[in-house]
Design a protein around this ligand. Structure first.
Ligand code: FCB
Length: 472
């Protein structure tokens, strides 16, 4: 039983073909390096900001860290077999920057690259398409010590690392994602201190936004030029965490709160990437706070290097109010209020509201405003799983969550959104950042004592749904 649910959610969902999803719809599972690999000090890997953050008292639940995680570094062939057993066609994973380029400078580390080459071998043997994310939050600590993402040089360092990775693996991998969720890197990392490196300076966070995007653009340029020169097939994208912002009432304040939430959460990334300009309303809001994005001549051209696909990580939509609970439009710092309002909806173990129709709304809005093909690069849910005495995990809540969100994707397609794939987050229970190992997002359970993997009911449902939909 999940005691986070305020209203019941799980239904009895049985596998069936998903109407409207074509045979070539891409099905995948997703992971990230630091969350699963372990082997933190092996084969030349240097610490990332997450290794440091985990060792800072009070930052991660129970002081846990990714030193061992799912021990995927040593169990990789078995894990790829597991992926294959799930019948997915695509595996989204990230490369660990501090493995491939220890310290974030200098030449590639052959041993770091070897791990990913072996992973590509295993995937190839089982006809699973690799989908690489270059940066899923593990900035080499040495680069944070030199200023981190608020420093412009980090964008150049990222482009250099991307070049090393693409030079080594680009002949074998078509699908490349530059960044995972730059909002989290910038805001949780530098404004709220809720993720590594744990800094709290809003101005620095805004500089980080621009330098993350610049790094994305510089890397994109390099990948595009190199793919063309070498005649390599490339599908290039970025993954953003996107949601929906719904006003609580039809007041002007609530509309403004939604504008700000959408502006700082979504448009500040989507607009420069696809249109080569930051949203004017957000630039004006920042100016009122004496903050200017550190844009230099030519940056926006680099940042708007054309992409082939937009990766969408979706977990929930949010209801917003533009006033405090007491009704004031300004907060204690004198800033306009942008307040998420709780609804009486079922929730996951993260306390996140379950809002599948918001995914349909989001995909239609992205289609209309930005027009890029999309792939859901992450969607899934943590629940407090229970293992039955005979070792089964009847995670009906998670299965229902997946079914409802896949149906939402099919709905969006039926209404004209060009959504081409869906990747479940996550293959395995893993290191859920500041929540440590407490929150289980896997469709496969990991027993952290033994490292044993067990398919949850949701994994079996996902596997059968994929098979039935493909054969339909
Ligand atoms: C996303 C992250 C991913 C995972 C999920 C639950 O923000 O990209 O690594 O933590 O949330």
């Amino acid at each position: 039983m999940n005691n986070h649910l305020v209203t019941p959610y799980a239904r009895n969902v049985t596998p069936a073909p998903v109407p409207g999803l074509p045979a070539d719809f891409r099905w995948g599972v997703a992971t990230a390096a630091y969350q699963i690999e372990g082997a933190a000090a092996e084969d030349g890997r240097t610490p990332s900001i997450w290794d440091t953050y985990c060792r800072t008292p009070g930052m991660v639940v129970r002081g846990e860290n990714g030193d061992t995680a799912c021990d995927h570094y040593h169990r990789m062939p078995d894990d790829v077999q597991l992926i294959s057993d799930l019948s997915v066609d695509t595996y989204r994973f990230s490369l660990a920057w501090p493995r491939i380029q220890p310290g974030g400078r200098g030449p590639a580390n052959p041993k770091g690259l070897d791990f990913y080459k072996r992973l590509l071998d295993e995937l190839e043997t089982r006809a699973i398409t690799p989908w690489i994310t270059l940066y899923h939050w593990d900035l080499p600590q040495d680069l944070e010590d030199a200023g981190g993402w608020p420093a412009r040089d980090t964008a150049h360092r990222f482009a250099e690392y991307a070049a090393l990775a693409y030079d080594a693996l680009g002949d074998r991998v078509k699908h490349w994602t530059t960044l995972n969720e730059p909002w989290c890197s910038a805001m949780l990392g530098y404004a709220y201190g809720a993720q590594a490196p744990g800094r709290k300076d809003f101005g620095d966070a805004m500089s980080a936004v621009h330098h993350l995007l610049l790094g994305h653009g510089l890397a994109s340029q390099y990948l595009r030029e190199t793919a063309a020169a070498k005649n390599q097939d490339l599908e290039l994208g970025i993954t953003l965490n996107l949601g929906t912002a719904t006003p609580e009432t039809d007041s002007r304040e609530d509309a403004e709160a939604c504008r700000r939430a959408d502006g700082l959460g979504s448009r500040i990334y989507l607009d420069p990437i696809t249109k080569g300009a930051y949203p004017a309303d957000i630039v004006a809001d920042l100016a009122l706070r004496n903050i200017e994005l550190p844009v230099q001549d030519g940056d926006l051209e680099v940042i708007s290097t054309p992409l082939d696909v937009l990766g969408v990580n979706f977990y929930r939509g949010t209801l917003f109010s533009g006033v405090t609970e007491e009704g004031s439009p300004l907060d204690a710092d004198g800033l306009p209020v942008t307040r998420g309002v709780e609804r009486d909806l079922p929730r996951t173990a993260m306390d996140w509201e379950i809002t599948p129709t918001a995914l349909t709304d989001l995909l239609l809005r992205l289609q209309q405003d930005y027009g890029l093909p999309t792939v859901i690069t992450e969607n899934g849910a943590a629940f407090d799983d229970e293992v039955t005495p005979d070792g089964e995990i009847h995670d009906a809540d998670r299965t229902t969550y997946l079914a409802d969100h896949i149906a939402a994707v099919a709905d969006a397609r039926a209404q004209g959104a060009d959504v081409r794939g869906y990747f479940a987050w996550s293959l395995l229970d893993n290191f859920e950042w500041s929540y440590g190992y407490d929150k289980r997002f896997g469709i496969v359970r990991v027993d952290y004592e033994t490292q044993e993997r067990t398919l949850k009911d949701s994994a079996k449902w996902y596997r059968d749904t994929i098979r039935l939909t493909r054969d339909n």
